[in-house]
Structure formats: C-alpha cells, structure tokens
Design a protein. Structure first.
Length: 182
C-alpha cells in the first residue's frame, strides 16, 4: 500500500490537522508515514497544506508533487493541486465553500462540510467531516484507528471537542456513502 495525500486550504481551516491525524493513524497501524506541513507567514488566511505519505514500505522522499488524493477546503487549493492529482485519483472538496469544480481529469466528490459540521454543533470541524468522506472512499488507514487518534489528540484538550470531531468524522463518512455509494 502506498498513498500520497494532500490536504489543502487557508490557514485556520484545519488542513494541517487532517494531515497530522492521517499520519498518526498510519503510524498506529505500523505504516511508514510522513507529514509535511506547509503554510504561509500569515497566522490565519494564508495558504496551508499538508502532504502525507502512507506506505507499507519505506518512504524515501517525503515530497508529494502529484498526490493520489486531494482533500480541498477552498477553491484556490483545487486550482493549485487539482490538476496535479494522479490519474485514477480523486478530489474531495468542501462544496459549502466551493461551488463547482471544472476541468479536472479525475473524479471530484463534493461534501457540504460546513452545513454538516454546523448540524453536529461545531463549524470548526468541517475539516474532519471532509476527512470522514475521504475515508469512506479510501480506507488507507482504518476508520477506527483515525477515531482513536482523534480521541487521543483532541481529548487532552477537551473531551467535548474530541466527541464533536468523532461525530464529524462519522457524519462525513455517512454523507459520502449516502451521496456517492447508493
């Protein structure tokens, strides 16, 4: 198994968190995992992305130029990364903020992440909704492992926040399955 994944958006949207959770879940499953966060100098609002590689073998170079999958939280990320997604890959995007996706040679799956996150009680978890949708499509790491990582990582701050994010990841998975895997 070998996956190259990019989560991208503006600073503050949670793209780096998506990448860190995926990498930590990969490590939990004894995969070789890399997480390379990249962000602008702005505290919030600048470009931010996380490149993640998950592999059953050794990762020699942790750079991602053409990901298998893109998890996009804003339109600019679709423009920057979408054309670079490998043939056979896919783009997952927050269609609460991105109206339409044109000109890609790969499948694109829109999920209303902000609306779903708002329904469960925290619009800040829209990124985790998108992560759940991705994992419904490609379980590169087990869903239960990701939930465990969320509890471990966020439960230290607040059990309530961790629970909201568990609800978010489950809602993202359900939304994807309902919309695309009927």
């Amino acid at each position: 198994m070998y996956r190259e994944i990019v989560a991208a958006g503006f600073g503050g949207q949670g793209a780096l968190m998506i990448g860190e959770i995926l990498a930590l879940a990969g490590i939990e499953e004894n995969l070789d995992a890399t997480w390379v966060p990249t962000y602008g100098q702005e505290k919030r609002g600048g470009d931010a992305n996380a490149s993640v590689i998950l592999s059953s073998g050794e990762v020699v170079l942790p750079l991602v130029e053409s990901p298998d999958y893109l998890l996009s939280l804003n339109e600019k990320s679709i423009r920057n990364w979408g054309p670079r997604v490998k043939d056979g890959g896919a783009v997952f995007y927050n269609n609460s903020l991105i109206e339409k996706v044109d000109g890609l040679s790969v499948k694109a799956f829109g999920i209303p992440c902000n609306e779903i996150a708002k329904k469960i009680g925290s619009e800040k978890s829209a990124n985790i909704v998108l992560l759940g949708a991705y994992l419904a499509f490609d379980e590169s790491v087990k869903f239960e492992t990701v939930k465990s990582v969320i509890m471990e990582k966020l439960g230290k701050k607040s059990e309530k926040i961790a629970k909201l994010n568990i609800d978010a990841i489950e809602a993202g998975k359900e939304a994807f399955l309902e919309k695309y895997k009927k």
